[in-house]
Design a protein around this ligand. Structure first.
Ligand code: TYD
Ligand code: MG
Length: 455
């Protein structure tokens, strides 16, 4: 009798080894190796969704392919279209990862129910038919082209697919699936890898888009193997703070579009509402201007967004001053404080500094620097900044204010939202014609100059 083929896999990153290891040489985590059976003996016919006789020609002419490319499906969910790079690509395999409870099942149930013309199969390994029906009732949508299957065995799923011939498949979640060709438990590296590979072959051969819902671990990485990310065409990360109602769908990888895109939703009683104009939500209404608040004209992907930044600068009680950030990089804050200290002579070394980006958003755009500097100075001096001013610029180490990309788009958005003044880098001058905008554009070259203009 032949022995089963086994191997050890790091459950964190998917690294494969012939023997057990204490520490993973690839990702460095400890005690993550688990022995898994790779292949079952007497492997039967795989991919039984295939038509019985598919001929034996495997090659295709390139010209033939390009003739039928790029017919994306534009869904009613504009945010989903945006993060996918302009709609669903037939035959694409999309992984949507997020923490439990963030709203992944809600989003894909809702989006599938908004496509009455598309025959959809929603495969759930986590919830019962009744639970899904209840959720659909809560969202208040239904159509007769939407089919449910509560099943975890891939071969049974393919049999049902063969009968139904769906045009769209949603798998909730990839961690619950198991294929009979691999012996280890659902959720293990070899199971996830093999199930994904089966679904990938199905998606490509039948040109059916497949959405895989995946859980992420406490550390924030996609549970199970990193290799999953390499196998799929698109990776979307669904994130948000449980304490806020906003949810963000971020493109992490996309073979069919840009990776800088962001979709924003609001979690309501009856499902997720796409937010078309995030700036309106991210700026709070105030009766009178308060110190320590400044608005940044940022860009997430190609989308301009105005975000409120808040700071609180107070005298430090203890020896070491505290720096606390929410939604911003701590080291970046320390750097900006050092610039203010050195170039402007402000004594932040004696102060505690708390910094907050509104709505629990995490912003990576360097153009937010100018608003951060302003909000820090505003709280330091306890002088409010007029609430109809906004800022877009990167701050350099010598206190210079640098130009940022797509400045025209940022200014136009600020003008559209009724701001009166926008502060930008003087080095943006070449890129713009201030007369063109219905907002006053103030150009500054250095931090000191900004200070003189405002305080
Ligand atoms: P769910 O889609 O089950 O999350 P996931 O699949 O990512 O684990 O959504 C979970 C949360 O969303 C749950 O706490 C309830 C909330 N929710 C609403 O607030 N409104 C709704 O209409 C629905 C369906 C869910
Ligand atoms: Mg779910």
């Amino acid at each position: 009798m032949s022995k089963l083929k086994t191997a050890f896999f790091c459950q964190q990153c998917g690294h494969e080894s012939t023997k057990w290891l204490g520490r993973c040489p690839s990702c460095g985590s400890w005690n993550t190796f688990v022995e898994e059976v790779q292949e079952k003996k007497g492997t039967a016919v795989r991919d039984n969704w295939k038509p019985a006789s598919s001929g034996n020609q495997k090659f295709v002419s390139l010209q033939e392919i390009s003739a039928q490319e790029e017919d994306r499906w534009i869904t009613p969910d504009a945010e989903l279209n945006r993060v996918l790079g302009g709609g669903i690509v037939p035959g694409s395999l999309v992984l949507v990862a997020g923490e439990p409870g963030i709203g992944k099942s809600t989003l894909f149930l809702q989006d599938a129910l908004q496509l009455p013309a598309v025959r959809t199969l929603y495969v759930s390994g986590e919830e019962s038919e009744q639970q899904i029906k209840m959720r659909a009732d809560r969202i208040g949508l239904q159509h007769e082209n939407f089919y449910l299957l509560t099943e975890t065995d891939t071969q049974t799923i393919f049999q049902e697919i063969k009968k139904l011939r769906p045009q769209l498949v949603v798998i909730d979640s990839i961690q619950t699936l198991r294929t009979p060709f691999v012996e280890s438990a659902p959720g293990s590296v070899s199971q996830i890898r093999e199930c994904t590979a089966e679904l990938q072959r199905f998606a490509k051969a039948t040109r059916t888009p497949v959405f895989l819902i995946g859980h992420i671990t406490k550390e924030g990485s996609i549970a199970g193997p990193k290799i999953l990310e390499h196998m799929v065409d698109t990776v979307l990360q669904f994130e948000g703070d449980q304490h806020y109602i906003y949810r963000m769908l971020r493109t992490v990888k996309n073979r069919f579009g840009s990776t800088a895109e962001l979709g924003i939703y609001e979690m309501k009683e009856n499902g997720l509402r796409p937010v078309a104009n995030p700036s309106e939500l991210l700026i709070s209404e105030k009766e009178e201007p308060l110190s320590g608040i400044a608005i940044a004209a940022t860009l997430e992907g190609l989308r301009p967004m105005l975000i409120e930044t808040q700071a609180l600068v107070t005298p430090s009680v203890y020896g070491t001053p505290q720096r606390t950030v929410n939604g911003f990089d701590l080291r970046r804050l320390q750097l900006l404080l050092a610039v203010l200290e050195k170039r402007g002579g402000f004594q932040f070394g004696l102060k505690d500094v708390f910094l907050n980006i509104a709505g629990g958003l995490r912003v990576e755009d360097p153009a937010i620097d100018l608003a951060i500097i302003t909000t820090l100075l505003s709280s330091y001096e306890d002088v409010p900044v007029p609430h109809n001013y906004c800022f877009a610029g990167e701050v350099g180490l010598s206190g210079e204010i640098r130009a940022v990309n797509r400045i025209g788009q940022r200014i136009a958005e600020a003008g559209k939202l009724g701001f009166e003044k926008i502060f930008v880098s003087r080095f943006s001058r070449k890129a713009l014609d201030p007369a063109k905008f219905n907002i006053e554009v103030v150009m500054v070259a250095r931090v000191e100059e900004l200070y003189r203009q405002l305080f």
